[in-house]
Design a protein around this ligand. Structure first.
Ligand code: PHE
Ligand code: NA
Length: 452
């Protein structure tokens, strides 16, 4: 991540692999391992998963290409990019993205804090003893302590600020390249373990047999919103990362690779987690605590469970960190490029403000547990819902319309075909981004808010 070294002002990824790894780092995160399984459980499995995959293929991949195209063409932050290409009200789209980054990072740090706490528990050997009964209690007692949640949230936010501040050294880029394969490997081990447990077959049928009655407008919007969230789309994160890519990079190739990696991690986590759910007769709709209440059971049953638990939570924290830095980067890039703040000031001030906005999320399970917002949800779940079901789809809608209708074919096609020979994919991409994505997003969005 040469960009972080300060001078020259706009850097480039050191290599195509570096770009892929950083983008995959942004995409693969809590969205895959924490959120995907739990919302899938809440929405009854199969049909939700299938619709989610359709959204990834028809909207997600084209949109990731679009964001990277805009970023690489302008080499600017989201606001600057839209202002350069079209000006006027379009820079609002960039601004919406900056807001989304601010809001999402606020509660992302709280959930990541839970993962750091579990890493600490794993190091202490808590998951090694084969005590299944106490596993769910561990999570409830974490949620019941406002102070420890604030502590772990602050610690994680501190780490995020520290990386964005001090510069993501080559060390982190190298670490990404090492950690991603290890994450895959350990997920595969957990998935296989899960599949061979008594609940394995039921987990597969839960995840892949569609029950279409469960799929109402709310579920569809949730699936689509999550497709954006999990691929880091709709708010300019991939646009910003694309702005650091060089002219030889084959953007569709990168976008497709990253999307496939992200989807695999989500599906593997789902299989591992639901195998445990069905083996131990737990509720699939257990909500946001699902991953924390299930996987530790598996660890406590395994040979070398403590070691596997440490490794798993270490990787989970790391996956969250490579996502959180991309969220903060969008906000920081805006204040540096547009408001001419110093990078240091922007990182510290914005990091601190985002931490403050996260405080009600950290307190939402205990001190503020009785304060309900959308549909009886607490603060954390409500703000997550607003970000993923409203802000990201809205951002995605504007980006798709912009790319399909405002940006000239010459620019779009030129960017897409750089680094490739005979790129026949362009007409398909253009059709998807011009018609399919905006129409699908608009229909789901309007039907959810009750306008059609
Ligand atoms: N994609 C990340 C995840 O799945 C979250 C994220 C969303 C990161 C938006 C950046 C931008 O955890
Ligand atoms: Na993701």
């Amino acid at each position: 991540m040469a960009r972080y070294h300060g001078t020259p002002k706009r850097g480039h990824w050191s290599s195509r692999l570096g770009f892929i790894m950083a983008s995959a780092g942004s995409a693969v995160g809590l969205g895959n391992i924490w959120k995907f399984p739990y919302i899938t459980g809440m929405h009854g499995g199969g049909a939700f998963v299938l619709f989610f995959l359709i959204c990834i293929a028809l909207i997600g991949i084209p949109l990731m290409i679009a964001e990277m195209v805009i970023g690489r063409h302008t080499h600017k932050d989201p606001v600057g990019a839209f202002r350069t290409l079209a000006g006027g009200p379009w820079s609002m789209v960039g601004w919406l993205g900056v807001t989304a980054g601010f809001v999402i990072l606020s509660y992302y740090c709280v959930v990541a804090g839970w993962a750091v706490n579990y890493l600490w528990l794993a190091i202490k050997g808590t998951f090694g003893g084969g005590h299944i009964q106490q596993v769910p209690e561990l999570f409830s007692s974490l949620l019941a302590s406002d102070l420890s949640q604030l502590f772990w949230q602050a610690l994680f936010m501190g780490a995020t600020i520290w990386i964005v501040l001090g510069g993501v050294s080559d060390g982190l880029e190298r670490a990404s390249k090492l950690m991603m394969p290890v994450l895959f490997l350990i997920l595969i081990v957990l998935t296989v373990r899960g599949l061979f447990s008594p609940g394995g077959p039921r987990a597969l049928s839960f995840l892949f047999t569609p029950n279409w009655r469960m799929l109402d407008a709310a579920a569809m919007l949730e699936a689509m919103g999550h497709a954006f969230f999990t691929l880091s789309l709709g708010m300019g994160a991939m646009l910003t990362y694309g702005s650091y890519a060089n002219e030889r990079t084959n953007i569709p190739n990168v976008a497709i690779t990253v999307s496939i990696m992200d989807t695999c991690v989500a599906l593997l986590s789902g299989i591992a987690i639901f195998s445990i759910v069905f083996t131990y007769g737990m509720a699939p709709a257990a909500g946001p605590g699902l991953v924390f209440k299930t996987l530790p059971i598996l660890f406590s049953q395994m040979q070398g469970g403590t070691f596997v638990a440490i490794l798993f939570f270490l990787l989970l924290v790391f996956a969250a960190l490579t996502s959180s830095i991309s969220l903060l980067e969008v906000v920081v890039a805006y204040y540096c490029d547009e408001k001419k703040w110093q990078r240091r000031t922007a990182t510290l001030v914005m990091g601190f403000l985002i931490f403050l906005l996260g405080v009600p999320s950290a307190l939402s399970n205990h001190l503020l547990a009785d304060v309900h917002f959308i549909g009886g949800r607490n603060f954390l779940d409500s703000i997550d819902l607003v970000a993923t079901n409203y802000i990201l789809p809205l951002g995605a809608l504007f980006i798709a319309i912009f790319t399909g209708w405002v940006m000239t074919t010459r620019v779009a096609r030129g960017e897409i075909e750089k680094g490739t020979v005979n790129f026949h994919f362009y007409p398909l991409w253009h059709f998807l981004i011009k018609y399919v994505s905006p129409i699908m997003v608009a229909i789901l969005f309007l039907s959810k808010i009750g306008l059609i």
